[in-house]
Design a protein. Structure first.
Length: 439
């Protein structure tokens, strides 16, 4: 009952939004009166209902009214549904020879507005809906491993899911089989599948993302196979990622050029005789050494300053061995501390991206002397270009120890998608603004 009521509420809100966007698009299109563009003849909502029905149908197909997705997964499904709807609408208008009755620019405006407004509105609406305990779903998490605690924390902290952990009042069960025998897992599945409609099982291999995997069904033998590949070792994916990097960088550099000039002037003002950029040898793809660019954040005589500091603070040596950073680095200038806090010191690495030495998103650009410490994962990490930002940047940054960063880099390589890159770039902006975990 609760699930049906929520679905009807969300469908109603989506329908209202689609109608409101229709009138906004009509207004925007009517204001465009450039000579080269044909005169716009307004259309009635009744003639556009078929487009709204197509959009809502594809939302149903993507399951956004059935499942409680994470914000990023649901946003991707909304984008997919809107893109598919756009092409279906254009195809219908062409096949029915009605395309002349509808302004193509109006249709582009309409779907573009929905791409922007739907994720934002969804987030706002769900914040309100899930503030009422009535709409929250009780979830029972069963298992013996440390993943139980992690998942419960995610459920309790991620308000967008509209869920709460409960051992009594629940209608959804998540089974984590780690540490439980096969027969034990079978018994739990038998027990809870008979009591509840929704039973989810967490895969044993948590270092792999199965959300984009293909599942093959061998019907006669009742066996399923799950596809796995190192996503960033696929040539097609490499080409897509390189194109994305180049396009974004070409657009970004002119856009942020006033900021780059301003930072350069601040660096020169603090130490007029020093250089603006800091150059350091880093490991690139196939372990090729390249020159990595950053804004200079240290004093010119930094080596002498550090040597004296480590003599006075020997505990910093142990801290560096664990995190590969100093807790209180005395070499950093006043403007340098700000640049590091905000990660603005890494903006010159856009030059490395244009040169083909780095990506916007990827593993850390490891120092040459760190190659041996990477250990067994060196072969995997060296197969791709390092990134200006990455999973390590949006999951704790300097709070993570060296081994944790390596594991995040490997997970990223194995589970890459263009959507993941977009998510990381958006989250990086958020982390930078909050100065979260920076040093």
């Amino acid at each position: 009952m609760k699930k049906t009521l929520l679905a009807l509420l969300l469908i109603s809100i989506d329908l209202i939004l689609l109608i409101v966007v229709f009138y906004i698009a009509i207004y925007i299109r009517s204001q465009i009166t450039i000579l080269d563009i044909p005169e716009f003849h307004s259309i009635k909502l009744s003639k556009f209902y078929f487009s709204i029905i197509i959009i809502l149908t594809l939302f149903f197909y993507e399951g956004i009214y059935k499942f409680r997705y994470d914000f990023w997964q649901e946003t991707l499904k909304i984008i997919k549904a809107l893109f598919m709807s756009f092409f279906i609408v254009l195809t219908i208008l062409t096949l029915t020879k009605s395309s002349l009755e509808y302004s193509r620019l109006f249709i582009i405006i309409y779907f573009s507005l929905n791409l922007i407004l739907f994720p934002i509105t969804r987030r706002f609406i769900k914040k309100i809906i899930y503030s009422f305990d009535f709409f929250k779903r009780g979830v029972l998490v069963i298992g013996k491993s440390d993943k139980v605690k992690r998942l419960r924390k995610e459920i309790d902290n991620n308000w967008y899911l509209g869920q709460k952990c409960s051992k009594e009042d629940y209608d959804m069960v998540i089974l984590i089989p780690d540490g439980i025998s096969t027969s034990g897992v079978d018994k739990l599945i038998e027990k809870y599948s008979n009591l509840h409609r929704e039973l989810f099982i967490l895969p044993y291999l948590s270092h792999l993302n199965f959300s984009h995997s293909t599942i093959l069904e061998y019907t006669n033998s009742r066996i399923n196979l799950i596809e796995f590949e190192n996503k960033l070792l696929n040539k097609k994916n490499i080409i897509i990622k390189d194109m994305f990097d180049k396009i974004v960088s070409i657009v970004a550099i002119p856009t942020i050029s006033p900021l780059l000039i301003y930072i350069s002037l601040l660096i020169k003002k603090e130490e007029p005789s020093s250089s603006i950029f800091f150059r350091q040898k880093r490991l690139g793809k196939d372990n090729q050494v390249f020159t990595c660019y950053k804004f200079r954040t240290m004093y010119e005589n930094s080596d002498m300053i550090l040597e004296q500091y480590l003599k006075d603070n020997p505990d910093e040596i142990e801290y560096y061995n664990k995190y590969h950073k100093y807790k209180n680095d005395p070499r950093i200038t006043k403007i340098g501390r700000f640049l590091r806090k905000t990660s603005l010191d890494e903006l010159p690495q856009l030059i490395n991206v244009l040169k083909g030495e780095m990506s916007l998103v990827g593993p850390r650009p490891y120092m040459v002397e760190e190659n041996q410490k990477i250990g067994k994962y060196s072969k995997t990490i060296s197969k791709v270009k390092p990134g200006i930002t990455g999973l390590w940047q949006v999951n704790g940054r300097s709070k993570l120890d060296f081994n944790s960063r390596i594991k995040l880099d490997v997970w990223y390589i194995r589970n890459w998608s263009l959507w993941l890159d977009i998510i990381i770039l958006i989250k990086t902006v958020k982390v930078v603004l909050k100065k979260d975990g920076a040093s």
